[in-house]
Design a protein around this ligand. Sequence first.
Ligand SMILES: NC(=O)c1ccc[n+]([C@@H]2O[C@H](COP(=O)([O-])OP(=O)(O)OC[C@H]3O[C@@H](n4cnc5c(N)ncnc54)[C@H](OP(=O)(O)O)[C@@H]3O)[C@@H](O)[C@H]2O)c1
Length: 306
Amino acid sequence: MPSACVLTKYGPPSVLEWAEVAMPEPSKGEIRVKAMVSGVGPTDLKIRRGSLAAVYPLPDRAVLGFETAGVVDAVGDGVTGVAVGDEVAAQLMTLGGYGEFVVAKIWALKPKSVSWEDAGALPASVEAAVRVLRALKVSSGETLLLLGAGGSVGMIAAQLALRQGLHVIAAVGEHDEELVRELGATPVRYGSELLANVRKVADHVDATFDAAGKGGLEEAITLTDDRARVITLADERARDLGVAFSSWTPDGAPDAIAIGMELLANGELQLRSQRSLPMLEAAEAHRLLEEEGVREKLLLTTAAVG
Ligand SMILES: NC(=O)c1ccc[n+]([C@@H]2O[C@H](COP(=O)([O-])OP(=O)(O)OC[C@H]3O[C@@H](n4cnc5c(N)ncnc54)[C@H](OP(=O)(O)O)[C@@H]3O)[C@@H](O)[C@H]2O)c1
């Protein structure tokens, strides 16, 4: 039997336990992936704590994890374009990434030149980045305020927006200023001085992408004029403030993983710096993010990754 980190109940990181689980079977349109590297994201922590219980009702002993990269191990009926033995990265809208075997409906092939780590870190972040940039209808020459530009989603969004010819004002902490400047964005410090800091570099912004959910929406609304062009991925106050909260939908950005994978293969996309732990230490990964506030993307590796 394969193993996985299962959520035994809602609570602190220790509720995640490594245990044997049934082998997941791919249904029609699904593949099964032998996981190499799976990403851990902030949403996983919210789910584990029970904060999203109304949005993500979970089965008993659920396996968390929105993304993985690995080798296709079985193919369900009706699947085309991929075969057993292919290397893929997958976004997992029904979760499961903290397991040695995962079923997936959304994936892209992984070129050999892309590392397992980058492939495992990519899917959920690139999908959110592409989805929100499309929903904002940004176009070349416009100015985008990007809250959280040093994070996993934010770094990808910054680079995609810059490739589209936008001027990107990147709201970051001091530690990420140099990083986003090197990417080609204009850094401004997030926090209580956000409005003044943005006004030092721009009169107004055409659109705001909040990829952090840690405040700054009021300032973004003031700067952007048009609330329809302010979108957050994570700020629960969105509805009260009259701006959109973007959540995954099947037609949001189904091609995003392939877009990101091609850029990675060409050396044209830089992901947030990463730290890897063995998959059975998922609880420790959650503890590091929650208690020590590590600033790297945490990845869970299986014994299969060399
Ligand atoms: N709705 C969706 O579909 C969806 C999809 C993906 C992710 N999300 C959510 O989106 C958020 C970001 O995800 P992620 O994976 O990119 O997280 P991440 O890698 O942890 O990045 C979060 C970034 O926000 C920055 N930040 C902290 N406080 C800030 C502030 N006051 N103003 C601006 N930025 C600030 C952090 O900077 P420091 O390092 O300085 O703290 C960090 O760079 C999470 O809440 C996640 O749950 C939602």
